[in-house]
Design a protein around this ligand. Structure first.
Ligand SMILES: [Zn+2]
Length: 530
């Protein structure tokens, strides 16, 4: 199967029909493709990145204007087919050793043979099986898969790769990175959702001449081994476009022979893949990589390399919004380049104030073990740079008191519960989660109001500020009462409860960030970081 020429990508067309398309068909305008239809959530995210990677490699727009032209109307499908066809020889799924096969080690002929289920991120390793911790996939359920699913599995594994034991390398963004993709709101085609995430040439993510090179597609040459005497792979060692095609694992699919039903998508296939070969010490990505589709935490002193944001326990909430969509100065979280490009390159070609959404997804990995898969969408807004900066300051002014109030609530509830709370154990992170969830709707309503206000005024609107601190206060009272009073009668000490409640409200109102929200006519410049 050739992943450039053959129709293998599961998709839905405007009339609701299911189909398989070749990559160039994303530009078809007659009954266009509106969505991908991968058999698994992680494959869906993988396919999006696969197609964005192809577009970035062969048709990165010269500038914002060129980008806007194709956003308004996609290129002719035949033209796109021709542009993609340059890459065809690198996108054969299977071939004999010594000839390139998509995301597979060029020369691997002998290695450990593994069942195909091992390509799935949640595949339990030996220890997980022994400990009976294989929540996602019980051993033996996935035995044989079709070539299309094998391609999706390969891409998804390489791009998310967690550590896989000694010498089995992690992905270029670290194990289980968060990916953030821009999406239009409302009816749109797949083309729009993909093209929004393609970067202009000034980002240096394009190829001047023939893109068919091992510097971009590492499987075109023998693997840069990282065993004893091997080497690490830093950004300067290869082409920046390799970020879309990282290959940390050494894998070779074994020739498929049987036909039948695919255990992942359920479709019938003439060939099914059931095993692969693998060896360790593949490409070891190290150093200051900044993958364009992933947000990073930047070191404030600029000493440590950027750290890709990962899925995390407790999930994403609005407290991450600033860091994922703009920049959170409090912790250094900075939006992915592709999100920044919306303001920097694309804004002037889109309607100001328009809402888009940011699709954030990824695995929450506990080392080699996948805890869960995250899939969230957050609002993002198209605004000129100066207004985005003002919005960022205003949102900080709302977020800081919420960040400071949440630990106060936890502390007060523990003080109401226990005579000596410092000695009482127990995980009370569910209180934080509930605090963030309870205030989430009101937060996004406030942001909507700020987006309108920022287009015509310079000061944080007093009504938004007032309503926000009242929301926080009300939520603190409500959750405190709910948890502090709901304890066993013999443990309830009303005097302790009353003292803790007074402590909570007193502390909250004395927070500098809360006082700032209360002060009339506060100027945006006065917003402090507490
Ligand atoms: Zn399949």
């Amino acid at each position: 199967m050739n992943l450039i020429h053959d129709p293998w990508i599961p998709a839905l067309r405007q009339d609701g029909s299911y189909c398989r398309i070749a990559p160039w068909q994303i530009a078809e305008t007659d009954n266009p493709v509106v969505e991908l239809a991968a058999p698994r959530a992680d494959f869906q995210g993988g396919l999006y990145q696969f197609l964005i990677g192809l577009l970035q490699c062969v048709c990165a727009p010269e500038d914002g204007e060129a980008w806007a032209e194709w956003y308004q109307s996609p290129p002719d499908a035949a033209t796109l087919a021709q542009q993609f066809s340059v890459l065809a020889t690198a996108f054969e799924l299977t071939s004999e050793a010594g000839r390139p096969a998509f995301l597979q080690d060029l020369t691997l002929e002998d290695g450990e043979q593994k069942d195909i289920a091992g390509l799935l991120i949640e595949a339990p390793g030996g220890k997980t099986l022994k400990d009976n911790l294989d929540f996602f996939i019980k051993g033996g359920r996935v035995n044989a898969i079709c070539p299309a699913c094998a391609a999706q599995a390969l891409f998804t594994l390489h791009t998310n790769a967690p550590s896989g034991g000694v010498g089995h390398r992690v992905g270029l963004r670290g194990g289980g990175p968060l990916t953030t993709l821009l999406q239009p709101v409302g009816q749109h085609t797949l083309w729009h959702a993909l093209w929004l995430n393609v970067l202009e040439q000034r980002h240096d993510l394009y190829c001047h001449d023939n893109p068919l090179t091992a510097a971009i597609f590492p499987w075109l040459t023998p693997t840069r081994l990282s065993d004893k005497g091997g080497q690490s792979t830093l950004p300067g060692d290869v082409h920046p476009l390799q970020m879309y095609w990282g290959m940390p694992r050494r894998i070779r699919l074994q020739p498929a022979s049987t036909e039948g039903r695919c255990d992942l998508c359920g479709d019938h296939s003439d060939t099914l893949v059931s095993h692969y070969l693998t060896r360790n010490y593949g490409t070891n990505y190290e150093g200051p990589w900044r993958h364009p589709l992933t947000p990073y935490r930047l070191d404030k002193k600029n000493e440590a390399p950027p750290l890709s944001l990962k899925g995390q326990k407790g999930g994403l909430s609005y407290r991450h919004w600033l860091g994922l969509t703009i920049e959170d100065k409090d912790n250094g979280d900075t939006a992915a380049s592709v999100v920044q490009s919306l303001v920097q390159d694309k804004e002037m070609y889109l309607d100001s104030g328009v809402q888009m959404q940011l699709w954030c997804f990824g695995y929450d990995m506990d080392n080699m073990k996948a805890r869960c898969w995250y899939d969230h969408t957050l609002p993002v807004f198209v605004l000129p740079a100066a207004q985005i900066t003002a919005l960022q300051r205003w949102v900080e002014a709302l977020l800081m008191p919420a960040k400071e109030a949440s630990p106060l609530l936890r502390k007060a509830i523990r003080e109401a519960w226990y005579r000596s709370p410092e000695n009482a154990g127990g995980d009370v992170s569910f209180i934080d989660t509930e605090f963030w969830q309870t205030t989430e709707n009101r937060f996004y309503q406030s942001v909507q109001q700020l987006v309108i206000a920022v287009q015509s005024q310079e000061r944080l609107p007093a009504d938004v500020a007032t309503s926000w601190w009242k929301t926080l206060q009300h939520t603190l009272e409500q959750l405190f009462d709910q948890y502090a009073l709901h304890t066993r009668v013999e443990d309830l000490d009303l005097r302790r409860v009353i003292t803790a409640r007074a402590y909570l409200l007193g502390k909250f109102h004395s927070l500098k960030t809360v006082k700032a929200l209360k002060s009339d006519n506060q100027r945006t410049q006065e917003v402090t970081h507490g």
